[in-house]
Design a protein. Sequence first.
Length: 573
Amino acid sequence: MTGPVTNDPGTGGKLTTTPSNGQGGTALEIRGLSVSYRTRGGTVQAVRDVDLDVRPGEVTAVVGESGSGKSTTAHAVLRLLAANGGIDAGTIRFGRHDLVSLSEAELRTVRGARIGLVPQDPSVSLNPVKRIGEQVAEVLRVHGLATRRSAPSEAVGVLERAGLPDAATRARQYPHELSGGMRQRALIAIAIAARPELIIADEPTSALDVTVQRVILDHLQALTEELGTGILLVTHDLGVAADRAQRLVVMSQGRVVEAGVTRDVLADPQHAYTRRLLASAPSLATARPRTPVAASAVAAGTPPLVELRNVVKEFRLPRAGGASRTLRAVDDVSLTLRRGRTLALVGESGSGKSTTARLLLRLTDASAGRVLFDGADVTAARGAQARQLRRRAQLIYQNPYASLDPRFSIGEVITEPLRAFRVGDRASRLARARELLDRVALPASTLERRPAELSGGQRQRVAIARALALSPDLVVCDEPVSALDVSVQAQVLDLLAELQADTGVAYLFISHDLAVVRQIAHRVAVMRAGRVVETGAPEDLFTRPRHEYTRELLAAIPGGPRPSPTTAEPTKA
């Protein structure tokens, strides 16, 4: 433990510490931290009197519901709170510094150099107009660790340390040319470039499939062993916390309600909130009973709502050696989805899941094959036919940070589809928005807020409400609960099942979380390299998988056996 901190007026108000007296001590020590945000409705207390330690060479995981204060606590360490946020009380001791009292100039010598940050969303955190290598090299130059001439080659070495395959090639690429797992490893490279003593990882794998998630977590774990780096891991995935963290901190409503050695907390939780979190966590061992669809929702003898027949999608690649090249992202895929049913697509990053969904929604043209919706061929739909399809088929995007217009209020976000299709008047649209917010467990006061004022999980619930506004026949759910904590995740899955039972809506459910898939899907299709390699009912597929690739996916779930961390996910074109 570090010694006591005193405020010495003779040092210009800077905080000084007495020497540390333990072997290794703590990489980070938070005491009595309180953080609040100023909003139009008044001051919101986000974090209250939090105590937390991170030790060198160990992972401390912080878990809790969306809005519990996890990310606010993590961002307070680096003083990266939103403009309307502020630290009201407490100390954040890192080495011989109290980060709360440091000036901005002093903080810049700590951020990046001694404390690295792996943010949640690589698609927003990476500069889209800079090559990956340039972004890593910039960290090295800013902190005086490389010259302008040496930084590019040293950046390649950092990317290799972060586990990025063919690092020299990746360094010359832009973020959009990499898969989600590769972008996340690029963020890890930026975080570790200066070999920091502490890494703050804010949901670093929430949007990744289980195989890529395992690779990312293996590399973070290797850093703790190789460099003695302490990691503060913010996650809503209790499986990841159980698998990777030595210590567990449970937060609720801005407070720490339980903390201790991970295995002890999970085996014998003392707080009712911790027990509720564990009870809400999805498990492959159990499947939720599916509510039967109302008989009126599905007429006998009706054709499937959606059919994909031998669909192919090819993308042109840059010419190499004067020869043209193509990538077959979707390769002869045939799928059927009936009203009132849920078809889940699972597979690694780059397996073709999202491209298949885009073909179904007519957001991109098929290279071959046919797409049928409610018996009509929409493969080449244009004009009024395409607009009608847009109304009857909605999409819940994976990324709640990028899918909501930051200029709109939440009320405007939810009612926008109603306005676009001239449904109702202003009063009825507002009433519909309130109803939808209630169904996704958000208070009506959220209507006046902006997306930036909500947590990631709250934004995703808004995105779900928006997709349901027009009461569609089909909803394509592209990782709709990957950003949600387990208790809210359970609420949303219950909501989706309830809506399906009431209305007969069909879901194409894309997810990397196989435990979630087992709970909601009627059938599962496993994709690899653009092809469907196995289909079946979840009970059969997860207990008696026939294809080797399906067995690999199941083995990659946190808590299962882990093969070598050198496994890499497919490259995105």
